[in-house]
Design a protein around this ligand. Sequence first.
Ligand SMILES: [Zn+2]
Length: 377
Amino acid sequence: MLNIPQLTDFSEASLDAAFAQVQAEAKIAVAGEAFNIEGFRLEWLGRKQGRLKIISDTWLKTAPPEAKKLIGQRFNALKEAIESELAGRESFLKEFKQGLETPGSPFVPQLDITLPGTAQRLGVEHPLVRTMAEIVSVFQRMGYSVGLGPEVETDFYNFEALNFPPNHPARDTQDTLVVADQDSKPLRERLLMRTHTSPVQIRSMLEHDPPLRLVIPGKVHRNDAADATHSPVFHQVEGLCVGPDITFSDLKGTLDHAMKAFFGSAVKTRFFPSFFPFTEPSADVQISCIFCGGKGCRKCKHSGWIELLGCGMVDPAVFESVNQRRIELGRDPVYDTRRIAGFAFGMGVDRIAMMKYGISDIGLLYSGDMRFLEQFA
Ligand SMILES: [Zn+2]
């Protein structure tokens, strides 16, 4: 129940003061943050419990006859004042609402040149892209040029020319994503997502005569289930060097220099026999652990070494495929194994980036999560 005091003093000054007090309260309510039209009408103008009704009951009806006229006049003035206050606020709110939708209106927020500006955020390289560029630049400084090729390849460039004949078991080691509905085409023309960057080696040898030094960065695809170390999309950097008198010593010297240039001059390399269809002999390359310097730690499984690259001397069958295809294309079959030899190598960029930046889950590199990526900005 609202607290409206009983009037005891009916002098004009006292009545003025009492009504002025009520009017001031009404004014505050109309201007207040919490103002809403329906609530205000109910509280002040409601027929049963409204403040004006209570004032009328307690002040006007019970007043002594000689004071009734004075109170009545003031009551009517108060009611008018409150109604006009309310009408003013209502029209202001209406105007404000329209103004917000009218360009140029004083209610539309204007440009305040004293506020701080909106910072333009600069983009930076993704850790994978940066790592790939750093590896490429090591080889560029050794005179290698950069080769690029399509990610959707034919079976010929991805497999056949690289000495993976049809039905060869080595094809099974690369879970290939193929483009659907191509059964009517000959196998070598069927499209697939390249499983390695090696097709670019073939494309480059068709295009250019030896000598050739080429580094090939790029995205590759395999039908691998995603886990902490596997992603169906990943990145490789491969290299190819072809010319007269290229030997396995050149391969060893090149990779040893490249690893020292990339990881630091204290890094050692060692080579183990391995198998790839497109190189003979083939080798896996290990580097001394970059975390413990070769003493043995959790990262290198206490061996002191980390396996990082595959490499080998280009298999003569690959040069033979290149020559065959060059003849089909009307070019000279200049990749003659009596005159030239070559080596090739390849490495996974994702794994190197994960080592370099201490990332434990490959999925983070493909998540697009800014909270993760900003750490490398
Ligand atoms: Zn270690």
